[in-house]
Design a protein around this ligand. Structure first.
Ligand SMILES: CC(C)(COP(=O)(O)OP(=O)(O)OC[C@H]1O[C@@H](n2cnc3c(N)ncnc32)[C@H](O)[C@@H]1OP(=O)(O)O)[C@@H](O)C(=O)NCCC(=O)NCCS
Length: 289
């Protein structure tokens, strides 16, 4: 703490401070780690400026500095719940075990990380920490009228409850949950439900393919689906099914990825104006090319 600049210099990293009226009111540092990863550390903002956006500004600077990184990583005290919400809002997810520090307060720390661009399969801890971003994706997609089980407006608590239940299903191995990042933002998700009857152990259902409206047409949905099909195969579920509202953007995606149309059910799902819309059902064997 007495020689921060030279300390971070020795690690080939950088430390920044924020000043207001000549006083230091915030700081952040970033150091390169092996395997194209940068660790973000020393994230502190003076309590008088909590909620002012300074934390976001500092993190923007550090992430921009490390923009060549494939992955960002950080450790945060298990008791700093406000910090956890902040990192989760910034698309970081929990990963790996808690570490114990032999410091004066016997700190226990969570590890958070995120890829710059990529897809990850989420375990229960990762799924729980992704709830703020996943809820945002669901609320936005429902608001624009997507046919994904809910009708608008979707209240934040209902979105959160939905993803909490999904996280429990992940823990119970009833669902496989994927998230995708674009430029460090958790911008897409898709779920595979593997809770099938005992006479269909080779089958699974795809649901909740959602991409943040700000990150559309970057190929994220296509990458999520390709990875999901691979994960289904790895899980011994080569026969997949899904449904999608007739005429939706997703319909073209599924057709272009080799999904077979099973048929159309007229008036299958309600729209927000009270009418009922048609739904296409599709299937695909992912062990056959
Ligand atoms: C459908 C959705 C997931 C597509 O996400 P995306 O990341 O923009 O999709 P991609 O960039 O990977 O595009 C994949 C394909 O989808 C189709 N597609 C996507 N957006 C489209 C659009 N606006 N118009 C026509 N086709 C479109 C195209 O076939 C595209 O392939 P191409 O780029 O080679 O033409 C996204 O629009 C979304 O989240 N919609 C709301 C939720 C929803 O409806 N989910 C599907 C539930 S079944």
């Amino acid at each position: 703490m007495r020689a921060l600049a030279s300390f971070y210099d020795g690690l080939k990293g950088t430390v920044w401070v924020a000043e207001r009226n000549g006083a230091v009111v915030g700081m952040i540092a970033a150091i390169p780690l092996p395997e194209d990863t940068w660790e973000i550390c020393q994230v502190y903002v003076h309590p008088s400026l909590h909620g002012s956006g300074l934390g976001h500004e500092l993190l923007d600077i550090a992430e921009h500095h490390a923009r060549s990184a494939a992955r960002f990583s950080l450790w945060t005290d298990t008791r700093f719940e406000r910090a956890h919400r902040f990192y989760e809002k910034r698309s970081y997810i929990r990963s790996g075990p808690i570490r114990a520090l032999n410091d004066i307060s016997n700190s226990l720390e969570f590890h958070y990380e995120k890829p710059r661009d990529g897809i990850a399969v989420l375990d229960i801890a990762a799924a729980e920490s992704a709830i703020p971003r996943l809820s945002y994706l669901l609320i936005e997609c429902v608001a624009e009228g997507a046919g994904v089980s809910f009708l608008p407006p979707l209240a934040p608590e209902r979105a959160r409850d939905f993803w909490k239940a999904t996280a429990r299903d992940v823990a119970a191995r009833r669902k496989i949950l994927l998230a995708g990042w674009v430029d460090g933002v958790l911008a897409g998700t898709v779920t595979l439900s593997i809770a099938t009857p005992e006479n269909q152990p080779h089958r699974a259902e795809v649901a909740k393919l959602l991409v943040d409206p700000a990150f559309r047409r970057h190929g994220l949905a296509r990458r999520l689906m390709a990875r999901l099909e691979q994960e289904a195969l790895n899980a011994g579920r080569p026969l997949l099914m899904l449904d999608t509202r007739a005429g939706d953007r997703a319909e073209a995606l599924y057709r272009s990825m080799g999904w077979h149309e099973l048929g159309l059910v007229p008036g299958h799902a309600a729209a927000k104006d009270g009418t009922f819309e048609d739904t296409f059902f599709f299937w695909k064997r992912v062990d056959q090319t």
